[in-house]
Design a protein around this ligand. Sequence first.
Ligand SMILES: [Zn+2]
Length: 211
Amino acid sequence: MILETFPVGPLACNCTILGDEQAGEAIVIDPGDEVGRIHRRLTELGLKLKQILVTHAHIDHVGGALRLKRLTGAPILLNENDLALLKMMYAQSAWLGIDPPETAPPDDNLAEGMIVGLDRYPAEVIHTPGHTQGSVCLHFAPLKLLIAGDTLFAGSIGRTDLPGGNPRQIIDSIHTRLLALPDETKVLPGHGPATTIGSERRSNPFLHMTV
Ligand SMILES: [Zn+2]
């Protein structure tokens, strides 16, 4: 198995490549920027891209998805509840003072309960609204791994002050969906260092607040 996570773009979004060398296939999660680098790495590893999975439609996570699709032919999957945000790319780029990336509607809805990923490394989609309405986490149960997008961070949670954000909802999503996972589950957040469900359950101050 190949599992590589590296920050891309000015907001340092964690992009992840998960690959199966035997099958010669990979998925990429959150190609927010630096598409040339991501594509070069896939080529170096000799992996064919099967899916582009986007945890939510903020520019720093989705910004490179269409370019990567054009280079590889892989479909883009994004939860349908973030389509409104995807259409706001000009506004989102203005918040950051950067040029808006070209976007297109996703090829498929990254829907609650759907199984995505690779044959040997499947993931279940967990819809976790709150940071945005279409935010999802990807749970690779056999790998004891959660790709958390901007829902849960090491010692923090996603901001809820942008359009589509809802503080009560993100807390509810984390408590009912993410803290239901085993303590040993490794968490790769959308920004910053990795953590575990157990560590966040014990010490994340935002999970002990009432909103
Ligand atoms: Zn975000």
